[in-house]
Design a protein around this ligand. Sequence first.
Ligand code: APR
Length: 392
Amino acid sequence: ETTTVAIIGAGPAGLTLANLLQRSGIDCVVLEARSRTYVERRQRAGILDNAAGQIFAEYGLADRVLANAPLEQLLEIRYQGEPRFLDVPGLAGGRAGHLVPQQLLVQRLLAAFTEDGGDLRFESLDVTLHDLDSERPWVTYRDAAGSERELRCSYVAGCDGFHGVSRRSIPEAALTTYTFEHGIGWFTVLADAPAPRYPLMGISQHGFAAQFARGPAASRFYLQYRTGVDPRQWPDEYIWQQLRLRLGDDRLPTGPVTERDVVEMRSFVVDPMAYGRLFLVGDAAHIITPMGAKGMNLALADAQVLARAVITAERDGDDADLRAYTDVCLRRTWNYQEFSRWFTEMVHDAGDDSASGPFRRQLAKARLDRLFTSPPAAAAFADLMAGTQFDA
Ligand code: APR
């Protein structure tokens, strides 16, 4: 069996790439290890930045993907309970993002791809990549019925996330990896508590906390915890008490907790993001902390760069964009990694409870205050939140 692009993984990266290629008449097949139900239910990210929204608009997918998704408005930051508001879209020249829970985005991308006849194969197991450094790579896997299958292609898109098979299929000697432990743990709680009026962050000596909408009747909360503690043992009452304290709202409406998990704040980047005819996209190539909400948006940005490069190669026989793939994607990735670290230091006690902690907390406060006192500082922040057009 043959296709032009074999896409491994049906998360935000794989599904966006599949839709962009399909809309451009490039043949592709998506191989996803899990079931459709699993993929449609994974709730992780929640914000499509303005640059990501423009990708869907450029390919005529905005109405199907962004339909009635609320536009980003103000960001509320409470410092020791004192509320202050940032008009992020306004500061970015009107470039607003959309509040779209990841599972809704994935459902819509799945529907758009399959409704237009897209070939998406769930429960494809033991995906193995072959001859990646040749002109004709190929992929083997076991299909949902248990039969061994073979797929010949011109390109392989590794959209299989951090734990996928793609990055591991590249010889170690060909890769440089960068990792960074922020020394901060986040306890994340999904609850049927009414969404906040605006995305909300609380900064105080009690530690960072945040509340974001996940649909009108659900909220995702984050609470910073000291590494060494296991917050999954915290009783619900303690969680709500901590949230009221940190968000500075003793009337915070509560609701049943539906999910709780811990997130170790770590960052990862691999260089290059390509090997022969294999191109890594999204979490397969980089991991970023949730600060600044760039994880999903980086995945979509990579997918757009790869789609454009494959289209140019297939239509004009020009592989310049394919050869530039890593540089274009890593320029944005490193800028967003820097932004995410800058943001993390600003709203946490810089993750530092050592002797230099007090001094760094003062730096963090100065950094935060500048957003409300210096228009150029606020504009630079808003530009990164909207999604900087590095290669416009
Ligand atoms: N074979 C086939 N599919 C695989 C394999 C494999 N070996 N390994 C993983 N997958 C699938 C997973 O089941 C998942 O559906 O690949 C998909 C990877 O999706 P994500 O992990 O979401 O990665 P990506 O699409 O890059 O999205 C990255 O979106 O999940 C949010 O904010 C989160 O930063 C993250 C961003």
